[in-house]
Design a binder for this molecule. Structure first.
Ligand code: ADP
Length: 191
């Protein structure tokens, strides 16, 4: 199985690149942000809970997020592999994912981290707000909060995979195709 963690700050391009990667490698795309938003739209109990955190730019609690992710993986027993987009976002989530995949005799193949400077992220998110209708993209204070949470809670997850020699840094500025080629190169170099 090819199991990829696509990592990077809000606005780094994870969703855009995921769409291309799933097509090329025939993977299942699991975006925790997308799953939360679908639940919000559907008015589920999980959606109501998630919305109270997302609207403030905070992370949804680990326990809820981990349970949801595990249930989504279990829905796809025949998958050739997964792209985890927006997960793990904390060290506890990374641990939970390793343990969970371990029970299935599987593991993460690589973490691909999209590297984009903060100024560019803010520009992209405000631009995305015009078409996405996402309230968390439209407010500069919420964007700043998400970037701060990323720097304090999510950035350290890199080390988790660096220690396992499963980490690849990808320069995230350039055309969508250029960045995609960098990701494919990194995947081809997995030992
Ligand atoms: P971004 O563009 O900020 O990467 P996402 O669509 O991945 O946005 O996530 C939107 C929001 O959903 C996050 O700001 C957070 O509140 C919540 N969220 C998504 N994934 C997780 C996760 N793994 N753990 C906790 N909260 C999450």
């Amino acid at each position: 199985m090819l199991n990829i963690v696509l990592f990077g700050p809000p606005g780094a391009g994870k969703g855009t690149q995921s769409e291309r990667l799933i097509e090329k490698y025939n993977l299942v795309h699991l975006s925790t942000g997308d799953i939360f938003r679908a639940n919000i739209k559907g008015g589920t109990e999980l959606g109501v809970l998630a919305k109270s955190y997302i609207d403030k730019g905070q992370l949804v609690p680990d326990e809820v997020t981990i349970k949801m992710l595990e249930s989504e993986v279990s829905k796809c027993p025949d998958a050739k592999g997964f792209i985890f987009d927006g997960f793990p976002r904390t060290s506890a989530q990374a641990d939970a994912l390793d343990n969970f995949l371990g029970t299935k005799g599987e593991h993460i193949s690589i973490m691909l981290a999209l590297d984009v400077p903060e100024q560019e992220l803010k520009k992209r998110l405000l631009e995305r707000a015009k078409v996405s209708g996402r309230a968390d993209d439209a407010d500069p204070a919420i964007i700043q909060k998400r970037i701060d949470v990323y720097n304090s809670e999510t950035f350290p997850v890199k080390e988790y995979y660096q220690k396992q020699n499963k980490f690849s840094d990808i320069y995230g500025i350039g055309s969508i195709e250029e960045i995609f080629d960098r990701l494919v190169n990194a995947i081809n170099n997995i030992q």
